[in-house]
Design a protein around this ligand. Structure first.
Ligand SMILES: C[S@@+](CC[C@H](N)C(=O)[O-])C[C@H]1O[C@@H](n2cnc3c(N)ncnc32)[C@H](O)[C@@H]1O
Length: 248
């Protein structure tokens, strides 16, 4: 019971504290996603009515949170969890009218260009987003000036520098950690890192988390002509370190 109560921290996560920890654990697919999102959202600008893509939404706790807390319209896209299952979660949470569940693979998203005011991805980007070409692909779905916010596990040193995944990390998450990078890596290619976080999933000093929250350029490259009108091809840094959750 104490462990469950530890999931309620009104001092640091006042919005998340209003959610039943048993409900959260029931939907659990990783370390407290609401804390990660609540932190990131302080750097986001989730205006009521905005259209937000929750990419890799899993069982949907973060999508419920976005709809309830910020009054945004959410598209919850996930690959492992079917749309029907997620839709049942949204209906039960009373946000079925504001959250649409979509079964989609992150490299073949069924959306028109510039469909979203913001894209949020909590503890999921590491599964599909680490190739250099992914950010430019994803950003096409953001309207100009829209925001991208990502929270992902991270290493304090690159695995390739260490020569192997640290055993204590591998024991917990296995080969998955090969896709975990450092905040500095996240800061390359136009990514905007936040700070390193406390260790996730029982791991120790070599791992933590990193987060990006950036804004798409106001005007972007015209894709057909390839002419660059202004800005970079990826999100630009806007925010600073904020979260202290296990991922960010
Ligand atoms: C650790 S779970 C996190 C789920 C949720 N964001 C949360 O924090 O509770 C990772 C999620 O990434 C999704 N995912 C992994 N690979 C994906 C892909 N290629 N396309 C879309 N979603 C993917 C999975 O379906 C899974 O729900």
């Amino acid at each position: 019971m104490t462990a469950v109560n530890d999931l309620v921290r009104p001092d640091r996560y006042p919005r998340s504290a209003a959610y039943d920890p048993a409900w959260l654990l029931d939907l659990d697919m990783g370390p407290n996603p609401l804390w990660l999102l609540e932190d990131l959202a302080r750097d986001l600008d989730p205006r009521p009515g905005a259209r937000v893509l929750d990419l890799g939404s899993g069982m949907g706790a973060t999508s419920v949170f976005l709809a309830r807390e910020y009054g945004v319209r959410v598209v919850a896209a996930d690959w492992w969890v079917g749309a029907e299952r997620a839709a049942a979660v949204f209906a039960a949470a009373g946000v079925g009218d504001r959250v649409e569940a979509v079964h989609a693979e992150a490299h073949a998203l069924p959306f028109a260009d510039e469909s979203f005011d913001a894209i949020v991805s909590i503890d999921a980007f590491e599964y599909f987003g680490t190739a250099d070409g992914y950010l430019p692909y994803l950003l096409r779905f953001l309207r100009p000036g829209g925001q991208l916010a990502v929270a992902t596990p991270a290493m304090t040193r690159e695995v390739r520098e260490m020569g192997a995944i640290p055993p204590h990390v591998k024991a917990v998450v296995g080969w998955e950690a090969i896709a975990w990078h450092t905040p500095a890596w996240c800061g390359s290619s136009g990514r905007s890192p936040n700070s390193s976080r406390s260790p996730p999933r029982g791991s120790r000093r070599t791992a933590g988390g990193t987060g990006c929250c950036g804004r798409a350029p106001a005007r972007r490259r015209t894709r057909r002509s390839g002419r660059r009108t202004s800005g970079s091809s990826t999100c630009s840094p806007r925010t600073r370190a904020r979260t202290s959750a296990s991922h960010c």
